[in-house]
Write a protein that binds this ligand. Structure first.
Ligand code: CA
Length: 229
């Protein structure tokens, strides 16, 4: 059974999410504080997706996300943000979240996002492939989802990895933002194209010598992005 963690201090919202996720067939672990969530993530390494509220009594959801990314827990992260917190979406994505859901949300919307994220990161029964993609200074191992540049490991979120894989499978080809969104987030994803730009910006910070003047991921104005020359 796919395991999900829900971090939310408001008991009513948390119970509502738990009931609906269980109904959708998920195994659900609950946490009411940031530290409790980190503790439960350590104890349940089979959790595939964590849903993190931002406003919490101890450390906030962004800090929880940062600590998840600083460890090497291979999990998807969805932030719960309030409608008034437009900037939170960008902050959340910059701290390594894969997606966000705005409150108030419907159970169907949340489970659709979780399902999409599980599909992207691959379940435990995903077929094992062994393949190395090598281009210039970059080596991607599609079996263990790692990327190295000049032999040094570059830590990527699952979404960043999926974008890099798409690029490295299509060197020299201009790819539209719409195609990146559809490929990485799924055709049914109805979020904003800006999520693509935010992830590209984050990738450039990780892989470019000078992110302001990128040479690996270049912008194709009015269209999208291109990997390599
Ligand atoms: Ca809260």
């Amino acid at each position: 059974m796919k395991k999900v963690l829900i971090l939310e201090d408001e008991v009513n919202i948390r119970s509502f999410v738990v009931i609906n996720l269980k109904r959708a067939g998920y195994d659900v672990i609950e946490a009411g504080t940031g530290m409790e969530a980190l503790d439960k993530l350590q104890k349940n390494p089979d959790i595939g997706v964590a849903i993190l509220d931002v406003m919490l009594p101890d450390i906030d959801g962004f800090e929880v996300c940062r600590r998840i990314r600083a460890s090497s827990m291979p999990i998807g992260v969805i932030m719960l943000t309030a409608r008034s917190q437009e900037m939170d979406k960008v902050t959340g994505l910059m701290t390594g979240a894969d997606d966000y859901v705005t409150k108030p949300f419907s159970p169907a919307e949340l489970t659709a996002r979780i399902d999409a994220l599980f599909r992207r990161i691959g379940g435990p029964d995903k077929k094992i492939e062994s393949e190395l993609l090598m281009q210039g200074d970059f080596v991607m191992n599609t079996r263990n989802h790692t990327l190295k540049k000049d032999g040094e490991r570059i830590r990527l979120t699952q979404v960043e990895y999926a974008i890099m894989k798409l690029f490295m499978q299509n060197p020299g080809k201009a790819i539209s933002r719409e195609d990146i969104l559809a490929h990485v987030w799924g055709r049914e994803y109805n979020g904003d194209l800006k999520i693509v730009d935010v992830n590209i910006r984050r990738l450039r910070i990780k892989i470019e010598e000078n992110p302001q003047n990128p040479t690996f991921i270049t912008t194709v104005w009015g269209f999208g992005y291109k990997w390599g020359q």
